[in-house]
Design a protein around this ligand. Structure first.
Ligand code: 5AD
Ligand code: SF4
Length: 439
């Protein structure tokens, strides 16, 4: 039972954990395969953030466990946030699941697999373990350009809608030396962009090093590469973070600053820990310090008690801040959270309507915001070639895609200056300075 297949859902931190699982298993003689049909063990690392994510995963598990018909020795395991939240409940829904290991107990995957190999059955493990998965082998994305490093696990906030503090537990920051070493290894292997990850990176604190200091230490690693981070919490983002971003060209001018709602009343009901005025002040300070800044956010529509007026305030906030882009979600009650005790009183149709309206606003705003880039010259990282049209693809520090005419001069992993000639929706079109006209 040595061939494993892994699937990952949810956020980047889950991707990071999945790579850690992969390393742990490979270090113990297991081999990863790319098709579940070829595996002795199938593992799914899951997400709980919305009910939809869980439903999809349960459906997927039903499909994967059906592989047992052809391969009766196959073992199927569920780990991560949904395993943490549902525990033994998963086996009731999908009886042929062999292994349930919560997001706070991931190192238990290995002993549980070994027990299964001995023919024993395993009970769900969700008690937090105080030892951790090994960090992933330094590994870049498919284009070999981007790396991700989790710096802090868990979350100490208590946003009324959010399951993450339950699934991932309280915050634990990694030692700064470990973080710096991992970033350094990625850069030495050719990473051109490294993203530091956490539910709330701003509350990072370990061995007397806070987040701005960690940024400085990572940023001091030499080479031509970019540093990003996500997610920032509006309440905890220190002014020093913005100062460092402004002062260090290494730090990409991009800030993901989730606001969730533009209604003062709902921010309170959501227990977001900041007022709308504090949020707007943080945005203003960041924009003042970093004139090139791209700002993105997350929004929830249909939180319990959200009136038409509350929703109009969210729309007004979006118009006022003029985000480069945002992610909007329909509120999904998560049992065990404070909001789940309240009546989910916005109908599914109304949530859908509000979501569609917000996305409409976003399309218009992104278009307007991106028009302002036309005529500007920006540094872009060449990422590769568009498989469909054959154009070159690159990315600005603001995290915007710039389509370039393909030429042999475009080398993935190289930075170059490009002049933006046209903007369409989220996409910019341009040409390298002193080169052929844009596509
Ligand atoms: N329902 C809908 N959206 C949610 N998010 C978190 N919890 C919920 C929920 N219960 C959204 C928030 C968060 C993003 C990652 O997911 O906007 O920032
Ligand atoms: Fe999903 Fe949140 Fe867990 Fe990431 S931390 S996998 S987004 S529930």
């Amino acid at each position: 039972m040595k061939r494993f297949y892994l699937e990952s859902y949810g956020c980047q931190m889950n991707v990071y954990d999945t790579q850690g699982l992969e390393r742990m298993l490979e270090d113990h003689g297991y081999t990863r395969v790319v098709a579940p049909e070829d595996a002795d063990v199938v593992l799914v690392n899951t997400c709980s953030v919305r009910e939809h994510a869980e439903e999809r995963t349960l459906n997927r598990l039903a499909v994967l466990t059906r592989l047992k018909a052809k391969n009766p020795a196959l073992k199927v395991g569920v780990c991560g946030c949904m395993a943490q939240r549902m525990g033994g409940e998963i086996k009731k829904r999908i009886p042929r699941v062999d292994l349930v290991i919560g997001a706070q107990a991931l190192p238990a995957v290995l002993p549980a697999l070994q027990a299964l190999e001995r023919g024993e059955s395993t009970a769900p493990v969700i008690e937090p373990l105080d030892h951790y998965l090994p960090p992933p082998r330094p590994r870049l994305d498919a284009r070999n350009l981007k790396g991700f490093v989790t710096i802090i696990r868990g979350c100490n906030k208590a946003c009324a809608y959010c399951i993450v503090p339950t699934t991932r537990g309280p915050e634990v920051s990694r030692h700064p030396d470990d973080v710096v070493l991992e970033v350094h290894e990625l850069v030495l292997r050719g990473a051109k962009e490294v993203t530091l990850l956490g539910q709330n990176v701003n509350s990072y604190e370990s061995a007397g090093v806070d987040f701005p200091e960690l940024l400085a230490r990572c940023g001091a690693i030499p080479g031509k590469w970019r540093l990003r981070f996500t997610t920032s919490h509006p309440r905890d983002m220190a002014p020093e973070t913005v100062r460092r971003m402004a002062a260090a060209p290494r730090l990409a001018p991009w800030l993901h600053l989730p606001v969730q709602s533009g209604s003062r009343r709902l921010l309170k009901a959501m227990n977001r820990d900041y007022t709308l005025d504090q949020y707007l002040a943080a945005v203003e300070a960041a924009r003042e310090a970093i004139p090139d800044l791209a700002l993105t956010t997350d929004l929830i529509v249909g939180f319990p008690g959200e009136t038409a007026e509350d929703f109009a305030e969210t729309c007004a906030l979006v118009e006022r801040v003029r985000y480069d882009t945002f992610y909007a979600f329909k509120y999904s009650p998560r049992s065990g959270t404070a909001a789940a005790r309240r009546d989910d009183d916005v109908s599914p149709e109304e949530k859908q309507r509000r979501l569609a309206l917000l996305l409409e606003v976003q399309r218009r705003l992104s278009h307007e915001v991106n028009q302002a880039y036309v005529g500007r010259t920006l540094e872009v990282l060449v990422e590769g070639r568009d498989a469909k049209r054959g154009n070159g693809l690159s990315r600005t520090g603001q995290n915007k895609i710039v389509v370039l005419p393909w030429s042999d001069a475009l080398v993935p992993g190289h930075f170059l200056e490009a002049t933006i000639t046209r903007a369409e929706g989220q996409t910019l079109y341009g040409a390298p300075v002193d080169a052929a006209p844009a596509p």
